[in-house]
Design a protein around this ligand. Structure first.
Ligand SMILES: *[C@@H]1O[C@H](CO)[C@@H](O)[C@H](O)[C@H]1NC(C)=O
Ligand SMILES: *[C@@H]1O[C@H](CO)[C@@H](O)[C@H](O)[C@H]1NC(C)=O
Ligand SMILES: *[C@@H]1O[C@H](CO)[C@@H](O)[C@H](O)[C@H]1NC(C)=O
Ligand SMILES: *[C@@H]1O[C@H](CO)[C@@H](O)[C@H](O)[C@H]1NC(C)=O
Ligand SMILES: *[C@@H]1O[C@H](CO)[C@@H](O)[C@H](O)[C@H]1NC(C)=O
Ligand SMILES: *[C@@H]1O[C@H](CO)[C@@H](O)[C@H](O)[C@H]1NC(C)=O
Length: 459
């Protein structure tokens, strides 16, 4: 029996009569602890979900002792607090437990937890759990998903780490306080593993990456102190969809092979490493939609047909590198480009007029380059632009077209250029504008009184 919203209207009090109820979803409501207690009558319950319901206070796990058939328990995104270990009485029948996004704390090192060894999914992320990973976790051999991210877990992650959990498909240990040096040899037999997320600013452990893993789809090793070339085992992964190796000290050139080997790769984040040298011509890859290689030491020109080769980019961040030369007009062939950040490079020449009429562009950041030309010419027509940073270039011309055609702008920064003309009074119609920076140009005339209609005015 599945409870409907109508049953709820009839009244929560009658619920304990529903002894045969197997699935109960009460999520997205405003319950509190008292109400929860009444659930202990549902002895047939297999699935209980009460997420996002504002429940506060110490969680009355003892009330669940009678739910001996419970298989799925989802109490995510409430405000439970307290030390779980002292009272948890969940049944070993449990297959899926989600306590994401509460304020639970305590260690998992206690018998009640070890009994949950039939679990297939365990998600304790975004809590305050602490202590080491309990040794009995390695007995949870059915686990497919293990997410302990964003807690205060500590201890050493040196191998072997969870060697028996060969059913694992997804593991996320990021944002904790682990130490030691983690080796992928721990996962040598984990052939089902698809997503590994280890990195964070808090984890202090280092990652050794010399061992091949099976067929990864997602890998995040952000802030993991990786040095040298990209982890070699990535050469043998052909099903990657997302890779984030940001905030390391990786060297070598841009890994063209990653895009060539992984025709399904959608997201590649190599931000803040030490990649250097020129970009070699990219071959066609129609899946990649998000590429962040900002904060590296890459240089050279962008290939003429770049937009042709990676046409489905939605997010492209090349900022803080040494790229130079003219921006190829093919970049406008990235038809669904929503954010383009080319700031802090050495690009020069005019911005291709095709790019300035791209339909979806919401963020355009060209700051700190050597672009010139009349940026807001008649061709300029970026209707959906929210953020426009053109500062520190050599742009010329007036503001009238940007004001009439990009009326949704939140941020307009054209400072440190050679713009001229008067500030049009229509600027008062830009009701979303939060930041307007016009300093160090050759604007003249009076400030229009309409400018006082703007919500906030800077410079
Ligand atoms: C929560 O439970 C208390 C009893 O413990 C009750 O007095 C209060 O009205 C309840 N709050 C809401 C919002 O239902
Ligand atoms: C793992 O399970 C076995 C068999 O049930 C048991 O003997 C052993 O103590 C468990 N290990 C831990 C660390 O709990
Ligand atoms: C870049 O990554 C290093 C770690 O390799 C980190 O210390 C630094 O804060 C990061 N810089 C930025 C700008 O994120
Ligand atoms: C591009 O990356 C830099 C960091 O390297 C970041 O500060 C900036 O916000 C990113 N640009 C966009 C549009 O997200
Ligand atoms: C700007 O583009 C929109 C479509 O996004 C079009 O309707 C409008 O006519 C264009 N305006 C100019 C001046 O080209
Ligand atoms: C004003 O902008 C120009 C063009 O970008 C630049 O060369 C110059 O240094 C800027 N002056 C100041 C005082 O920032």
């Amino acid at each position: 029996m599945i409870l409907t919203f109508f049953d709820l209207l009839v009244g929560f009090k009658s619920l304990p009569k529903l002894k045969k109820l197997e699935i109960l979803n009460l999520g997205y409501n405003q319950f509190n602890k008292t109400n929860i207690k009444q659930l202990s009558g549902f002895t047939s319950l297999k699935t209980l979900a009460i997420s996002n319901s504002n429940i506060e206070g110490f969680f009355p796990f003892e009330d669940f002792a009678s739910l001996s058939n419970l298989e799925i328990l989802d109490l995510s995104y409430n405000s439970f607090n307290g030390i779980v270990s002292s009272s948890i009485r969940l049944k070993s029948s449990l297959k899926s437990l989600s306590l994401v996004g509460n304020r639970l704390n305590g260690s998992l090192q206690y018998q009640g937890f070890c009994q949950l060894n039939k679990l297939q999914e365990l998600d304790l992320s975004y809590n305050l759990f602490q202590g080491i990973l309990p040794p009995c976790l390695n007995n949870f051999t059915s686990l497919r998903l293990l997410d302990l991210s964003s807690n205060l877990f500590s201890g050493n992650l040196s191998s072997p780490l969870l060697p028996n959990l060969t059913s694992l498909e997804y593991i996320n240990l990021s944002y904790n306080q682990f130490e030691g040096s983690f080796s992928f040899s721990s996962f040598a037999n984990h052939s089902k593993l698809q997503v590994v997320i280890l990195g964070s600013d808090n984890n202090k452990f280092e990652v050794e990456t010399e061992y091949p893993v099976g067929w990864l789809k997602g890998l995040t090793l952000s802030s993991c102190k990786l040095t040298g070339d990209l982890p070699g085992f990535l050469q043998y992964q052909f099903r990657l969809v997302g890779v984030d190796l940001s905030h390391n000290n990786l060297t070598g050139g841009f890994p063209n092979w990653l895009l060539e080997n992984n025709m399904r790769l959608e997201v590649l984040v190599l931000r803040n490493n030490s990649l250097m040298g020129q970009l070699l011509p990219l071959g066609p890859n129609t899946c990649i939609s998000s590429l962040d290689i900002s904060h590296n030491q890459l240089d050279g020109q962008l290939q003429e047909n770049v937009g042709h080769m990676i046409p489905n980019m939605k997010y492209l961040n090349l900022s803080n590198n040494g790229f130079e030369g003219i921006l190829p007009s093919s970049i406008a062939e990235m038809g669904s480009l929503g954010a383009l950040d080319l700031s802090a490079n050495n690009f020069s020449g005019e911005v291709p007029k095709q790019l300035l009429a791209t339909k979806d562009l919401g963020i355009l950041k060209l700051s700190n380059n050597k672009f010139h030309g009349e940026i807001f010419s008649g061709d300029f027509n970026l209707t959906w632009l929210d953020f426009l940073y053109l500062d520190n270039n050599q742009f010329t011309g007036t503001l009238s077209n940007v004001i009439s055609r990009s009326s949704r702008l939140w941020v307009l920064d054209v400072s440190n250029n050679y713009m001229s003309g008067e500030i049009p009074s229509q600027i008062g119609n830009m009701t979303y504008l939060i930041t307007l920076v016009l300093g160090n140009n050759s604007f003249k005339g009076k400030l229009p009184p309409e400018i006082s209609q703007l919500q906030r005015f800077v410079h």
